[in-house]
Design a protein around this ligand. Structure first.
Ligand SMILES: Nc1ncnc2c1ncn2[C@@H]1O[C@H](COP(=O)(O)OP(=O)(O)OP(=O)(O)O)[C@@H](O)[C@H]1O
Ligand SMILES: [Mg+2]
Length: 443
């Protein structure tokens, strides 16, 4: 049997508690006994790693009241009720309230074991599912998805951790593909609202009426709960907030004002409007803008993130290579310079595309990163000129990328890297310190 499940046995009669406990312990359960429901409630919380067996007739809080309390603590907790002989109405009522099953006195011990086994299995599955869901919405998992060590990325990580804890509404803006939606997820996942509802709607994807209906209701026959309700105590993400009509802007403002502080529903507004210098400030009425932009995150365009471009590319190429079961392409110095100088109008999303295509090309053994970038830039229209960067920056970015790649390939073997790059140990150590590369990350 996998890790032993607990069984909490609740009965006011000591003989009964004792014999059930001994019997189940023999079958490999980790039993604990309680003489009253009140006492048991002190030890049984949400995610209790086991099941409960309880008598119905007890002085003080009876089994039925106990069951109701347990259901409000954790509605997924299997509770087996022991009913008096022939007490059918009671058994039916227990099942209705949420009991897992019932046993009629006097019962066959084998049947008790059987039931405890089934209930434990169901419990284990519930808990495993919960753990999985938690891991997926868990802050550390999503923070790990954010690649990059540039000062801009470091600041972004700090902002996410700070603002994730705060209560105010947040405005996120930045060019397309810079990670706005990802950051909205991260803000929700690292904060106290993590387990709560995370609702997303695009204000540009619906007609005004439909959007009003979806956001504020009223609920139509058999319709969905309005998002402002659904996201209560959670997070409501408004994508393309600049597309909100004036009428809806005032309704949203009223909703925000009526909520008071701290806000129950946290709003994360995402602005995707970056044409011709028209800002979100121009699109929203000022009072709404100031409520939403209490906390603001502006994501930097990829072209301004320097060496992150190379580490992102390397990491993404490696992921795709693994997915396709082939080698990741080695980036030459010239290609590195091209990656650094490309305008990247589609930002990280575009870089993901390029990395995937570079891997596929490499698998076929044809083409080059340069030709990929050229095709990209043609699609994007006239090549934008990027701000000039000193040669030193290019050289350093490339140096970092090379050491990073080589360390990865040799799984952190310093000797192998020294040999391949013809570097003395001290120089290698100095450079790794300079670029914040840690050997432990490659082992
Ligand atoms: N720092 C990062 N590290 C790794 N992946 C990233 C990073 N930033 C963004 N991404 C990835 O890039 C892609 C685009 O990100 P996202 O969809 O969040 O951008 P967006 O700003 O919301 O774009 P749009 O304006 O088009 O809605 C996603 O696949 C996301 O996971
Ligand atoms: Mg988005």
């Amino acid at each position: 049997m996998a890790r032993a499940m607990k069984v909490a046995i609740v009965d006011d009669e000591q003989d009964m508690r004792q014999s059930i406990s001994q019997w189940l312990a023999l079958s490999g359960f980790d039993t604990e006994t309680f003489a009253s429901a009140e006492e048991a409630l002190k030890s049984i919380g949400p995610d209790y790693p086991g099941v409960v067996v309880s008598d119905i007739k007890m002085p003080g809080m009876d089994g039925m009241a106990f069951l109701k309390r347990l259901m409000s603590v954790d509605s997924g907790l299997p509770v087996v009720m022991i009913t008096g002989h022939g007490d059918v109405p009671m058994a039916v009522e227990a099942m209705r309230v949420g009991a897992y099953d019932f046993l009629e006195k006097p019962f066959n011990p084998d049947r008790m074991t059987e039931l405890a086994k089934r209930a434990s299995q169901s419990r284990r599955m519930t808990l495993d599912n919960r753990a999985l869901r938690k891991e997926l919405s868990d802050g550390s998992t999503i923070m790990k998805k954010l690649i990059g060590a540039s000062p801009a990325m470091e600041r972004l990580r700090e902002d996410i951790l700070d603002l994730g804890q705060a209560d105010g509404h947040v405005l996120i803006d930045g060019e397309t593909g810079t990670g706005k939606t990802l950051v909205a997820h991260a803000l929700h996942a690292v904060g106290p609202r993590a387990g709560k509802k995370f609702a997303v709607i695009s204000c540009a994807a619906f007609s005004e009426e439909m959007l009003a209906q979806r956001l504020f209701g009223p609920i139509e026959e058999g319709g969905q709960i309005p998002l402002v309700e659904e996201a209560r105590s959670g997070t409501l993400v408004l994508e393309d907030v600049e597309a909100l009509s004036h009428a809806l802007q005032s309704r949203l403002l009223t909703f925000i004002n009526d909520q008071g502080t701290p806000a129950e529903t946290r709003i994360i507004a995402i602005c995707n409007d970056h044409e011709q210098g028209r800002t979100v400030e121009d699109a929203l009425r000022p009072d709404l803008y100031y409520r939403l932009a209490a906390l603001k995150i502006t994501l930097p365009p990829l072209r301004s993130r320097g060496e992150d471009i190379l580490s992102l590319f390397a990491r993404l190429a490696e992921q795709f290579a693994e997915e396709y079961g082939c080698e990741a392409p080695q980036v030459t110095a010239q290609e590195a310079a091209q990656l650094l100088q490309a305008p990247w109008p589609g930002n990280v999303r575009q870089l993901i595309n390029v990395a995937e295509r570079a891997v596929l090309q490499n698998r076929r053994g044809s083409g080059s990163i340069a030709s990929l970038l050229m095709a990209e830039n043609e699609e994007a229209g006239p090549v934008m000129t990027t701000e000039g960067k000193p040669l030193k920056d290019y050289v350093e970015s490339f140096e970092k990328m090379l050491i990073d790649n080589t360390m990865r390939r040799h799984k952190g073997s310093i000797t192998a890297v020294m040999e391949e790059l013809c570097l003395p140990r001290r120089t290698l150590n100095e450079k790794m310190a300079k670029y914040s590369l840690q050997r432990a990350d490659y082992l």
